[in-house]
Design a protein around this ligand. Structure first.
Ligand SMILES: Cc1cc2nc3c(=O)[nH]c(=O)nc-3n(C[C@H](O)[C@H](O)[C@H](O)COP(=O)(O)OP(=O)(O)OC[C@H]3O[C@@H](n4cnc5c(N)ncnc54)[C@H](O)[C@@H]3O)c2cc1C
Length: 463
């Protein structure tokens, strides 16, 4: 056996030190790996051949990735981007990329001071002053709430540190921040996912998205022109964007948490999947056998399976055989966390002020509630005016408190991961409440397989 560390991501400042003579590009890794299947040479040799003739490596990438359609070789080229000064609203689109990694500035740990993106469409419109006033009011209310919640929370219990107390105050004060609040994130993404992200950004009718598209493509096309190529707007993508053509007459009951579909006999399917993986045989036959077992025998098998479970154990893939589809309504603040669970299927309805808003339970003083409602109301009315002609502008002006409807398909494996993190006692209260609501719904449909759905902090201490 031989292992060679073929590459890793390092700071561009170090790469620049290599000088202009060296073509430092991840394209050579893609090109070398693409040739593995057709060459008798060692991978290491293929890599040095590609590095010695970058032009040839680029041509080979072009041919293999785009002409032959062996697109997965582009995944071997990975990029890190510092994305600075975009709106929280645009961050939602970027983080739709499933096969990518993100770490974003947390509104829980950072205090924000009038830091927002002024969308170019609004800058050039008659609503510019109204927008400025709204931002001033929103950030002033955020500061007041933050100071007030700090005092209130300090009097409620002992805190380990000032930072922890301030974090708790910010966590609730942030509900009044608009979705155009500025944020920054680190993004790690491979060339194939980046190409799709660029096409999505190019298609979004938002100037901020167009600018980001240009900047990202400008950077990547300098170092890896051969593997990120089809980046133009794609009309097909527009079919997932908020549309003026929505059917207006659909009744709109608000479902905070509603199970809309699920896998029947989930326990039996998962147990059969586990048995299939352990002993082979025909899956339908195993399933038939499992369904014919008595409750006692099934329970005994489950007990054996879960014996010695620890909070960090990941459920095996057989748990993906059971799906649960939920309709959920949550604040934009909660959605910011929920959407980060990349492997779930998450569909988001367009923001609509009619879906209501969430005021954190810690905010009880009538004057504060009144001030929040007044702010939300003026945000909604300006959002409606500003977005006439372009519904995509509407959410910029809404706030973290505004609710959004989500359709989420989660398999039991994902639900285990989600509940470990989100039903944990350290999780933010709204997503914790949501996770705590999902658990009994799922446990009712598969009491055996879902019996250990719980937050890390809920694990029995002797386990
Ligand atoms: C206490 C806490 C604080 C947080 N603070 C911040 C913060 O300040 N800023 C911030 O941006 N986010 C923060 N997050 C969000 C966090 O970074 C994750 O994005 C979120 O919890 C989703 O979980 P996940 O990435 O484990 O799994 P999911 O996306 O739900 O994926 C499920 C599992 O699939 C696997 N997986 C998925 N994708 C990959 C991949 N690319 N590589 C390897 N394995 C993968 C992993 O095993 C993962 O556990 C915080 C989360 C928690 C719980």
């Amino acid at each position: 056996m031989q292992i060679k560390l073929a590459g890793y991501n390092i700071d561009t400042k170090l790469i620049e030190k290599l000088g202009k003579d060296v073509s430092a590009t991840p394209e050579v890794i893609s090109a070398a790996y693409a040739r593995i299947s057709r060459s008798s040479k060692s991978v290491t040799e293929l890599r040095s051949i590609a590095a010695n003739d970058v032009e040839k490596a680029r041509n080979s990438n072009w041919e293999i990735v785009f002409e032959m359609g062996h697109a997965s070789v582009a995944e071997h080229a990975v990029f890190n981007f510092d994305i600075i000064g975009i709106s929280r609203y645009l961050a939602e689109f970027i983080q739709r990329s499933r096969l990518a990694s993100f770490t974003e500035k947390s509104q829980r740990y950072v205090t924000l001071d009038g830091d927002f993106v002024l969308p170019a469409e609004i800058e050039g419109s008659r609503y510019k002053d109204d927008f400025a006033n709204l931002m001033q009011n929103a950030f002033a209310l955020y500061s007041n709430l933050f100071e007030d919640l700090k005092l209130q929370k300090a009097s409620e219990c002992e805190w380990n540190s000032k930072r922890e107390l301030e974090g708790a105050a910010k966590e609730d004060a942030r509900y009044v921040l608009p979705l155009c609040t500025r944020t920054q994130m680190g993004m790690t993404i491979n060339a194939r996912s980046l190409e799709l992200l660029l096409r999505r950004l190019a298609t979004l009718p938002l100037k901020e998205a167009q600018e980001l598209h240009q900047l990202l493509y400008g950077e990547v096309s300098k170092v890896a022109p051969s593997i990120v190529r089809f980046v133009q707007a794609d009309d097909f993508i527009t079919r997932t964007l908020p549309s003026q053509l929505a059917i207006k007459s659909i009744p709109s009951t608000i479902n905070e948490v509603k199970l809309v579909d699920f896998t029947f006999h989930a326990d039996a399917h998962i147990l059969s999947g586990l048995l299939f993986e352990q002993q082979g045989g025909s899956y339908p036959d195993i399933l038939k056998q499992v369904k014919a077992m008595g409750n006692k025998q099934q329970k005994a098998l489950w007990q054996d399976f879960f014996e010695g479970i620890k909070p960090w154990h990941k459920m095996p893939r057989a748990f993906e055989l059971a799906d649960f589809v939920f309709e959920l309504t949550m604040s934009a603040s909660c959605y910011a966390q929920f959407k980060r669970h990349r492997l779930c299927t998450i569909l988001k309805a367009p923001y609509n002020a009619k879906d209501g808003f969430v005021i954190p339970p810690s905010i009880q003083k009538p004057a504060q509630v009144k001030a929040i409602k007044a702010l939300l109301s003026s945000a909604e009315s300006l959002a409606t005016k500003v977005s006439k002609g372009n519904p995509m502008l509407y959410p910029y002006l809404l706030t973290n408190a505004h609710r959004v409807r989500i359709l989420a398909k989660m398999n039991l494996r994902e639900l285990y991961h989600f509940s470990r993190l989100r039903s944990d006692s350290h999780a933010q209260w709204e997503i914790q409440q949501l996770s705590n609501q999902l658990i009994p719904i799922v446990q009712k449909r598969c009491p055996n397989a879902a019996q250990w759905l719980m937050g890390k902090s809920d694990f029995p201490v002797d386990i």
